[in-house]
Write a protein of this length. Structure first.
Length: 290
């Protein structure tokens, strides 16, 4: 079969950890990797443009065989060549290109093009990372609220109306099982936007953030993913219906379905990197004891 002309249909936004699919394309890469494209998948791929959430783990199964998926990345094709990850010469959504979920297999064998397979994602790992991603969003909103009084100028606001420190200062985000790490640069550009860095007390700020997080998680608020469509590049939003206020954040990752039964807390540390102050936030998500 030729390379697909349409984006992969993805079911992970709804929480799916399995799906049935048709094999559209199988390819041996120059580096020895064997990759498989499907018409539909439950696998969440890592996106090289913002690799905050890593790939799902799991297998493809069919015709009495099981193939371990060792990696899963976003790819792009114009119908003639398949580009993986950062190799893509265009941005997602570029007209005339299809953006696809690329399943990298660990085995030397592969399913055949045209075969039907079953996608099976490691549900335990997915749930742990989904908890980490939900905690990351919630912590960023609580941090924005805690730092709101430090802004001397009007700036863009977050989903709850607070000055969006997270968006304006973020350097890197890494989301893992039941937690995340965000690093914020407090450099000259941020100060020019009106953020005051004087007498920044990470422990005091963390205490304020944790008070907010405790109040929010106690509400057991529902969480959903709103999507503009079923394709890989269709816009999706994380929605958390807190009492009296709705948080809605563009997000392509996976999440919990509510705040019920979890705790979220942060630790903040202030350090320097290349002469620039950096605020690091480590977020931890815990399950309530039965």
């Amino acid at each position: 079969m030729t390379l697909p002309r349409h984006d992969t249909l993805v079911t992970y936004p709804s929480g799916a950890v399995d799906s049935t699919a048709r094999v559209l394309h199988v390819e041996m890469r120059d580096d020895g990797r064997r990759v498989v494209l499907l018409d539909t998948t439950a696998f969440h791929p890592v996106d090289s443009a913002w690799p905050d959430q890593g790939p799902d783990r799991g297998v493809l199964a069919g015709a009495g065989s099981v193939w371990e998926v060792s990696d899963c990345v976003v790819g792009a094709t114009d119908g003639t060549t398949l580009h993986l990850g950062a190799e893509s010469p265009v941005r997602k959504g570029t007209e005339g290109w299809a953006f696809v979920v690329v399943h990298v297999l660990a085995s030397e064998s592969t399913p055949a093009e045209g075969d039907d397979v079953v996608v099976r994602v490691d549900a335990t790992h997915r749930a742990a990372v989904s908890a980490g991603h939900t905690g990351c969003h919630l912590a960023s909103l609580a941090l924005n609220r805690a730092l709101a009084g430090r802004w001397k100028k009007d700036v863009t606001v977050d989903a709850l109306g607070a000055p969006n420190f997270d968006a304006l200062a973020i350097d890197t985000t890494v989301i893992g099982a039941f937690g995340s790490r965000d690093r914020y640069r407090l450099g000259k550009s941020l100060r020019r936007k009106g953020f005051g860095v004087e007498d920044l007390d990470p422990a005091a700020i963390a205490a304020t953030v944790n008070e907010t997080l405790a109040a929010w998680t106690a509400t057991r608020a529902p969480i959903s993913i709103r999507s503009d469509g079923g394709g890989l590049t269709d816009r999706r939003y994380w929605v958390c219906d807190l009492p009296g206020e709705r948080a809605e954040i563009p997000c392509g990752g996976t999440h919990l379905t509510s705040l019920a039964g979890i705790g979220v807390s942060v630790r903040l540390d202030l350090e320097e990197a290349d002469g620039t102050p950096v605020l690091q936030m480590d977020t931890k998500v815990t399950r309530a004891q039965a």
